[in-house]
Design a protein around this ligand. Structure first.
Ligand SMILES: Cc1ncc(COP(=O)(O)O)c(C=O)c1O
Length: 425
């Protein structure tokens, strides 16, 4: 499609956008008495208007029923978490019983390591990407040390080639083959948090399995953003937070995928708790653990229903719209943003560099822009003038126009603000 850098053109795109009506379903922060141009759905998604009602329902049920709310509430609390599986499995491409919601992301990754990182003297290495999200680095390093290995030796980092911003699949495959039978686990962020690069999860999962390793994915930046087919790709496990593209509120619960081939497998260890116990017998308080069917067996504590409520509200919208429609708009709005960036770059003779892959298959909603010579001052200008992007050292702003609530006119308006910011500097 031939884009134009004009308000009229952007408004025409909005008029034809089948998802445009969803913008009103979200609450926007106000800057200078206007809805902010919100680019940080990859960090904390906006609040769906319906979330408040879902939370209020629980507060009312708590007031009205107190402990009986576990069974008497409109959405009883004792199996509240089970309401997610059907809808969430469509978002991540899984069977409903392979999906559960519990805890928070890093906690779930640790729990998945209990099941899928069981190093031996011969097979103990973990392959991950260099400069992975810090929490993942700490998690992996502490797991390795917990098992008595040296992180320097046991953690193998995938590298980018000199002068390149993104990982090459061929290099990842070569590294997996090289580590070979020493490789216990491949664990990578499905979408790189810094550059927005989408990894070829199917091919990498296959390669990991070929050398006899487990393969897991941190999907913090992937869930609700890109097409996932976790079951068909034969992924072993995955976990994601829900507060980014899934709009479920700060610190809300994490989702977890455990491939059905490991359900009820006695040689896969697990940390257990009463919410993973056979739900029909949960309140009989029996001493012997009887696992629930599927990923729910990995549940530990009773469900944090107040944190889950906004997630359920948001999931309702995902179900209504579907990932395919979201991805269709995502591709178009990201392409429009990229076009606007290039246009402004030409107009003001600046030197932005989009470091996210140009190929649509290798990116989702996020564009990471390297601001050669511009820097924090420009970022601050954007913040003061109605835009909420995100800053990453040393010189990158991340822009993620979430298709649920961002408009094409936002992209045009952003371009104008950016131009003024550069010219005024
Ligand atoms: C890629 C990635 N991994 C892990 C985390 C940590 O998530 P949590 O604090 O919910 O454990 C984040 C948080 O932003 C993230 O982006």
């Amino acid at each position: 499609m031939q884009f134009e850098n004009s308000r009229t053109f952007a408004q025409q795109l909005d008029a034809k956008d089948p998802l445009a009506k969803y913008r009103n379903e979200f609450i926007f922060p106000q800057i200078n008495n206007k809805d902010a141009i919100y680019f940080t759905g990859n960090s904390l998604g906006l609040q769906p208007r319906s979330a408040q009602n879902y939370v209020n329902d629980i507060m009312s049920d708590w007031g009205n029923f107190a402990v009986e709310g576990h069974f008497q509430a409109e959405k009883p609390w004792w199996d509240y978490h089970e309401r997610f599986a059907e809808q969430l499995s469509k978002v991540v491409g899984a069977k409903p019983k392979e999906v559960t919601v519990m805890n928070t992301l890093t906690v779930n990754l640790h729990l998945m390591m209990v099941s899928f990182y069981r190093p031996t003297k011969k097979r103990y290495k973990i392959i991950c990407e260099e400069k992975a999200f810090p929490s993942d680095q700490y998690m992996i390093s502490s797991q390795v040390r917990f098992h008595g290995f040296d992180p320097e030796d046991a953690i193998v980092e995938l590298k980018k080639r000199d002068g390149e911003h993104n990982f090459r699949t061929e290099d990842i495959l070569a590294k997996i083959e090289e580590v070979g039978e020493e490789c216990a686990l491949v664990l990578i962020g499905g979408v790189n948090y810094y550059t927005g690069q989408v990894f070829d999860m199917k091919t990498i999962t296959e390669a990991g399995h070929k050398v006899g390793a487990f393969v897991g994915w941190d999907l913090a930046h992937a869930a609700g953003n890109i097409k996932l087919e976790l079951h068909d790709w034969d992924v072993d496990f995955a976990a994601w937070c829900s507060y980014k593209y899934m709009n479920s509120g700060p610190g809300s619960a994490s989702g977890c995928f455990v491939n059905e081939k490991y359900h009820n497998q006695k040689d896969i260890p697990r940390f257990e708790g009463w919410w993973g116990h056979n739900k029909d017998r949960r309140f009989l308080m029996e001493p012997e653990f009887q696992p629930e069917d599927g990923a729910n067996a990995w549940q530990i504590s009773n469900a944090p229903v107040l944190a889950l409520a906004p997630y359920l509200a948001s999931l309702q919208m995902f179900d209504e719209v579907g990932m395919d429609a979201l991805i269709e708009k995502r591709n178009k709005i990201v392409a429009y943003l990229e076009f606007i960036l290039h246009e402004i770059d030409k107009e003001v003779d600046s030197t932005f560099e989009v470091i996210t892959p140009a190929n649509q298959e290798e990116r989702g909603t996020q564009l990471s822009v390297f601001l050669h010579g511009e820097g924090k001052e420009l970022f601050n200008y954007l913040m003061q003038n109605g835009v909420i992007p995100d800053w990453r050292e040393p010189n990158v702003i991340r822009l993620a126009p979430a298709p649920f609530y961002c408009s094409y006119e936002d992209m045009y308006e952003f371009g104008q603000i950016l131009k003024r910011g550069i010219l005024e500097k």
